[in-house]
Design a protein around this ligand. Sequence first.
Ligand code: PEP
Ligand code: MG
Length: 320
Amino acid sequence: AQAQMLARAHEPAVTIDGVRIEIAANIATAADAAKAVTLGAESVGLLRTELLFLDRQTAPTQDEQRAAYQAVVDALEGRSAIIRTLDVGADKSLPYIQIPQEDNPALGQRGIRLSLAREALLTEQLRAILAVQPRSAVKIMLPMVTDLAELVATRGVLDRLAAEMGISERVELGVMIETPAAAVLADQLAQEADFFSVGSNDLTQYALCMDRTNPALAARVDALHPSVLRLLALAAQGAAGSGRWLGVCGAMASDPIAVPLLIGLGATELSVSPAVIPEIKSVVRQLNLAECQSVAQTVLQLTSAEAIRAYVRQVWPWLD
Ligand code: PEP
Ligand code: MG
């Protein structure tokens, strides 16, 4: 089975009833990108840019950033990359971005809030991204969005920079659904967002009010919690209302048990750890979307993550 899975790693993932699901990779470096391509990635669904900014005394220059993003795109050999803007907060100490000490960094000035408060940082990063060739290979995604105003403000900065750089075609700008606010307001965000990607790691943490890094809570910080699935369902409906696509880039997308529920709720792209790409493609190929949709509606009525997991295992005993 393992050998057969690897043999088909470079084929698309199409459900039994003929629906194609894009299988993308979560990466941080050009080396990751190269590895993801060898494992069958169809694109990069999440390029985390934090690594470039950590463990140094000064911010990476615009050209340093451009070179790093270009190296990723080059390694993708024609595939596209969704580059996420810097997602840091007071929990990471960057000597060149002074963030006052916070009692609750997970609830503090972080992600897009920080980028909009330090516009020089944002503009340098956006210019570096806009300089990557070919331009059409790159999309931009914003972390920790909570409302339309943050998206509109960033769109304004992006459009101004693109105009300055002589770029006339629209640069795609997407939003992570990783706060309950964004999930609930997805229909509003969909007026301006080109696409969505669910950050299930943070969405779970913030829905359940359980720190994703607290070992005492690890067993309970479960993305299959019915509250998280209902938020995801709401986000998918909001996206579909304006014809926007929705993917999932949190760790949930790499969990075979979650895959039928995610596609059943409307996700059309799953961005996963490169190592599991062959397996996730194989899972998709053994599912029927119509059945996934019906099971997804059923589990939304169940009362715990355990019950949901048990139900999914009963329907598809071959999963995991
Ligand atoms: C997430 O929150 O699910 C996500 C993909 O982002 P990160 O894990 O980098 O916070
Ligand atoms: Mg996150």
